[in-house]
Design a protein around this ligand. Structure first.
Ligand code: DX5
Ligand code: ZN
Length: 218
């Protein structure tokens, strides 16, 4: 199966975002990952819908929006209008998950559900026939640059096994601490999308780094 790389722009400097997006636009990546944080669901605050809609004008790549926020139902329209192509929100929020998935799908946008490292995959079993992707967090959400939690590999294996056994069409995206080694562990366990932030941005050339990571896994 093809491996998709979704660079997390959180790894780059916010002062350089136009350059980052134009470099990613020139690279072979298909997805660009946006980490939306509200300072409440996670202990960090990043950006909102305006940031996404402004960057939407700069590229046609697929915008893979990861909402680490509470009150998803309230703000969902803003992220839809901003031009998101995939919207993933967290299982751990205290809201009606079926309703949010329905709202996203009605807009012809892909819907995803994410789980934190301490949430077991069985909790989202009942949503797997409704969503297009799951995000398995391999770091505690909130910050880029953390180390991959190897104990999540079993979770990737289990959910991948369940998805295959039940013939479901759900992508498995891994988010946090991805590099060549941890990416390989994840792909071998059944993932097919890798979010990569600091690993790409710490290299001198973002385009080359992104293309190399894609070639390595394909
Ligand atoms: C963490 C974010 C990740 C993160 C990935 O809360 O969801 O997308 O920015 O960054 P790295 O690859 O640096 O772990
Ligand atoms: Zn993310």
């Amino acid at each position: 199966m093809k491996t998709i790389i979704s660079p997390s722009i959180l790894g780059g400097s916010f002062s350089n975002m136009e350059k980052t997006i134009s470099e990613l636009d020139m690279s072979k990546v298909e997805y660009i990952h946006f980490d939306v944080m509200d300072g409440d669901f996670v202990p960090n605050l990043t950006f909102g819908p305006q940031f996404i809609s402004d960057l939407r004008l700069k590229t046609n790549k697929i915008f893979d929006v990861h909402l680490m926020i509470h009150r998803v139902d309230k703000f969902l329209d803003d992220y839809i209008k901003a031009g998101s192509n995939i919207i993933t929100f967290h299982y751990e929020i205290d809201e009606n998950i079926n309703h949010i998935i329905d709202r996203i799908k009605k807009e012809n946008i892909k819907a995803g559900i994410a789980i934190k490292p301490n949430t077991s995959w069985e909790k989202i079993k009942k949503y797997l026939h409704l969503v297009d992707q799951v995000i398995i967090m391999t770091v505690e959400p909130g910050f880029g640059g953390q180390s991959f939690l190897t104990d999540q590999v079993e979770k990737i294996k289990s959910i991948s096994h369940y998805i295959k056994k039940n013939n479901l069409k759900v992508d498995i995206e891994i988010d946090g601490g991805v590099n060549y080694d941890t990416g390989k562990l994840s792909i071998d366990a059944g993932a097919n999308i890798l979010v990569a932030g600091s690993f790409l941005f710490k290299q001198s050339n973002l385009i080359d780094a992104s293309n190399k990571l894609i070639d390595f896994f394909n």
